[in-house]
Ligand binder design. Structure first.
Ligand SMILES: [Zn+2]
Length: 288
């Protein structure tokens, strides 16, 4: 059964480790992440962007697939199914469809509007026992070919949103989505420490986990980050393994064209990436 992310993140914050959110795109992705979490006795959060939700034929399809897999694979570790960077309307749809966690990304709204919309969602999520992530200070990344360096959130605004009763908060600390540019200045631990002090026990979320050096990840966890989002890294691992399979001509040997064979190396590569991240985040064995 899917669970809210609240309990797993509260435990993570207290235990000074982080739970990984791994974004899913299809059946292979989901299976690889769930099997790895189970094997490592780690709690896990499956992230679904609105685009990925559309790709998988809607949020209801996603809920059906994930619930079916929890049963079919005998998954007993804590799993949250979470909307990643949701619009207000998207969050409502996911709550309705059976997600156990949603993110409302109101960072592009003026703070007053972000507060209003977040308030409504806090109430709805509380009624259904769903966890809610809010965002302050937009996370950088490639947009129209320009890579933004990542904003730093205003700790006062973070406090304002935290006080509304959200479960976890994504605060921009110079992190960005996708690959990090060569001249990236690194995470702003000064901002993170200031936000952490303002929001107390509230679990903080680090987006754009791909390519942040391990020592920075560890330091961020020590300063209150208890959820780390990983997306691009699984995509790159899948792509590299699939490319190697084709370039080695394996799809041309025997029944190498069988999609179950063709997609197997990529799926294994995702498992390997998820394992590395869970070890780095310290969530291994925390669900036994
Ligand atoms: Zn993000």
């Amino acid at each position: 059964m899917l669970v809210s992310a609240k309990e797993m993140l509260t435990k993570a914050k207290a235990g000074k480790y982080a739970v990984g959110q791994f974004n899913i795109n299809n059946l292979e992705w989901t299976k690889a992440i769930l099997q790895t979490a189970q094997e490592l006795a780690s709690p896990v959060i499956l992230g679904v962007s609105e685009g990925a939700g559309k790709y998988m034929c809607g949020f209801k399809t996603v809920v059906g697939m994930v619930n079916g897999m929890l049963d079919g694979l005998g998954i007993t570790v804590d799993v949250a199914l979470h909307l990643d960077h949701g619009t207000y309307e998207g969050a409502l749809k996911c709550i309705e469809a059976g997600f156990s966690s949603v993110m409302f990304d109101g960072s592009h709204y003026p703070i007053a509007e972000n507060v209003e919309k977040t308030k409504t969602l806090v109430k709805l999520c509380a009624e259904k026992g769903i966890s809610l992530e809010a965002e302050v200070g937009s996370i950088g990344g490639e947009e129209d070919g320009v890579v933004g360096m990542g904003e730093c959130a205003d700790p006062e605004e973070c406090k304002m949103i935290a006080d509304l009763g959200v479960t976890m908060l994504a605060a921009g600390i110079g992190n960005i989505h996708g690959k990090y540019p060569e001249n990236w200045p690194g995470l702003s631990f000064e901002t993170l420490a200031a936000v952490s002090e303002k929001v107390g026990d509230l679990p903080l979320v680090l987006h754009g986990g791909t390519g942040i050096p391990a020592d920075m990840i560890k330091k961020a966890i020590s300063l209150g980050v208890s959820k780390i989002n990983v997306n691009t890294e699984c995509q790159l691992a899948f792509q590299a393994a699939t490319r190697a399979y084709i370039e080695a001509g394996k799809d041309l040997q025997g029944k190498g064209y069988d999609p179950r064979k063709l997609l197997a190396p990529g799926t294994e590569a995702i498992k390997e990436t998820v394992k590395e991240k869970m070890e780095l985040f310290g969530s291994v064995g925390k669900n036994s």
